[in-house]
Write a protein that binds this ligand. Structure first.
Ligand code: SAH
Ligand code: MG
Length: 214
């Protein structure tokens, strides 16, 4: 999507408030990587969460808490967002802004490698899982998401187009292989109805089908 169209969509649907702007500026100054979702992707997350009436959400990859704050704002007050983050400094930064946003009751950041933390969630059921951490294990994260999602729940993943490199036949690395395999499963796994939405860096969305529909 062209920058002008992205700016048009973000300007109309996803204006940032002072807190989100301060978060981004502080994150940049603090040397955190500038890889939070763009506002239009964050807005899509909000719309999707509201569409499924989400009350329990899992995020993999917190960074500065930017996407977590957007998502938590689309949830009812008694809802819960658990976000997994491997870097303690990122988690600390995120917790600070989540508290400033008045969302500390709704959002819990857990520190550790996602594949180490996910087993502790086994047996819980989520309405949506947002995958936005490392890309090589995306196929494994996909399987975890299907395990943790209720029927009708959403598996969502960011960076499913990798700046267009998914379609570059000469490009090949562990991250690209992870993304391509994730997209393939999202497209073909009979347990989900999926699509990649070419907003931001590509947002994969799949709804978990009832066993009967599969
Ligand atoms: N969702 C955030 C951006 C996440 S960037 C937003 O849009 O605001 C990716 C984050 O995933 C980084 O903070 C990185 O430290 C974290 N990460 C990378 N590998 C991880 C892993 N194996 N487990 C948990 N977090 C991981
Ligand atoms: Mg991302």
């Amino acid at each position: 999507m062209s920058d002008r169209i992205s700016e048009y969509i973000a300007g109309l649907f996803a204006p940032e408030d002072d807190l989100l702007r301060a978060l981004r500026e502080d994150a940049d100054r603090s040397g955190l990587p500038p890889i939070a979702v763009p506002p239009e992707t964050a807005r899509l997350l909000q719309v999707l969460l509201r569409a499924v009436g989400a009350r329990r959400v899992l995020e993999v990859g917190t960074l500065a808490g930017y996407s977590a704050i957007w998502m938590a704002r689309a949830l009812p007050a008694d809802a819960r967002l658990v976000s997994l983050e491997i870097d303690p400094a990122h988690a600390e930064f995120a917790r600070r802004y989540i508290a400033r946003a008045g969302l500390a009751q709704r959002v819990e950041v857990r520190v550790g490698a996602a594949l180490q933390l996910l087993p502790a969630l086994d047996g819980e059921l989520f309405d949506a899982v947002f995958l936005d951490a490392d890309k090589a294990p995306l196929p494994t994260y996909f399987e975890w998401a299907l395990r943790l999602l209720r029927p009708g729940g959403l598996v969502i993943a960011d960076n499913t187009l990798r700046g267009g490199r998914v379609v570059d036949e000469d490009a090949d690395d562990a991250e690209l292989r992870g993304v391509r395999e994730f997209n393939r499963r999202l497209a073909t796994d009979p347990r989900v109805a999926g699509i990649v939405v070419p907003i931001g860096d590509g947002v994969g969305v799949g709804v978990v089908l009832d066993a009967a529909q599969g």
